[in-house]
Design a protein around this ligand. Structure first.
Ligand code: 5GP
Ligand code: MN
Length: 328
């Protein structure tokens, strides 16, 4: 089934006919995965469906306090086994974390995603790598159902699109994105307030993490690669959780002349989570996939095992080679 409208309508049929549905986003949840899960979840509940809202990892406080229904998101399935699982913003089954082994136990699995090079691991697969956020695809699905988009649902979709586009700055933003945003605003959501919650109400510890990370900033001799890291020890000393390092990667990319920014964060198990961000031309999805990760053309990530010095050397070599090969 290649036609997008047919696919949307087939997914809408599946959801209309289901009695119970589970909705799940990805590990280390972000605004797009959570906003998408909640927007679709709230809409299906209003249609009378029994809905379980799932996340493989706990939610960052910021989203817990902002998104309607976020407090109902569970880390485990409970009670009735849902007929349908909808995976949102997940480019491969591993991104479902603890829920990945359960995939075969649902009658129907629907995937709604916008990652480049995503894997089809369901019965229905809606993937559009040109879409700036999964939230845009959820909006289209709600129109296809059809479902009413009230202010609570609008807020969730607004947060999805806003956060995955860096507040509407990134290249994938298209006229349709702004048309959707306009329609969401018509529901009466207060976008000024939402943006202040997203960008101007950080806990102090996030800035302390940023300050520590900036101390490690290095720029390659060619001036195009900027790199920073934060060790677990430092995060522990600051009493910081993973979510407090979330915005750090956006800083090294802002340096004039830098095409690629990398941020190494030590995970609780000692592995290193690497985030990549490029500015104009470098395909960082390709770069991350060399290390078993993935993502988008301009934002991607992977997890690498080893000592920091080895991991940085290995990843930096690959990054410089990619910059050399794809130079524009
Ligand atoms: P971040 O650096 O913010 O964690 O992730 C940037 C983008 O890359 C997100 O879209 C995220 O889904 C994707 N991503 C991050 N880490 C991984 C990974 O280990 N595997 C895959 N497939 N995608 C990742
Ligand atoms: Mn996304």
């Amino acid at each position: 089934m290649t036609n997008r409208l047919e696919l949307l309508s087939a997914i809408a049929d599946v959801l209309r006919n289901a009695g119970s549905v589970a909705l799940c986003g990805h590990i280390m949840p972000d605004g797009d995965s959570l906003g998408s899960v909640l927007a679709l979840g709230l809409a299906l509940r209003r249609m009378g469906k029994r809905v379980q809202l799932l996340s493989p990892d706990p939610l960052p406080d910021q989203y817990l306090n902002l998104l309607p229904g976020a407090a109902e998101i569970q880390l485990e399935l409970q009670g009735e086994w849902p007929e349908v699982l909808v995976a949102l913003d997940c480019s491969d089954p591993e991104r479902l974390g603890r829920f990945a082994p359960l995939l075969n136990s649902f009658n129907t699995v629907v995937i709604i995603d916008h990652h480049a090079g995503g894997i089809d691991f369901g019965h229905f697969y809606l993937n559009d790598a040109q879409s700036p956020a999964t939230g845009e695809l959820v909006y289209e699905l709600l129109r296809a159902l059809p479902a009413d988009i009230d202010a609570a649902i609008a807020l969730c979709i607004y947060v999805s699109i806003n956060t995955d586009t860096g507040a509407f700055r990134y290249g994938l933003v298209r006229p349709a994105t702004h048309r959707i945003i306009a329609a969401l605003m018509e529901t009466g959501i207060d976008t000024g307030w939402i943006n202040r919650q997203l960008y101007e109400e950080q806990p102090l510890v996030s800035l302390q993490v940023l300050s520590e990370a900036l101390k490690t900033l290095t720029v390659s001799s060619c001036g195009r690669l900027a790199s920073m890291y934060i060790a677990r020890e430092t995060l522990n000393r600051l009493n910081a959780r993973d979510e407090h390092a979330d915005g750090v990667i956006s800083y090294p990319r802002t340096i004039k002349g830098v095409e690629l920014a990398m941020f190494f964060r030590e995970l609780a198990d000692g592995k290193w989570k690497v985030s990549f961000r490029s500015k104009y031309f470098l395909d960082v999805n390709k770069l991350a996939s060399q290390f078993g990760g993935g993502g988008h053309y301009r934002a991607s990530g992977c997890t690498v095992e080893g000592k920091l010095a080895d991991v940085r050397r290995q990843v930096t070599e690959a990054a410089l080679a990619a910059l050399e090969n794809e130079q524009k």
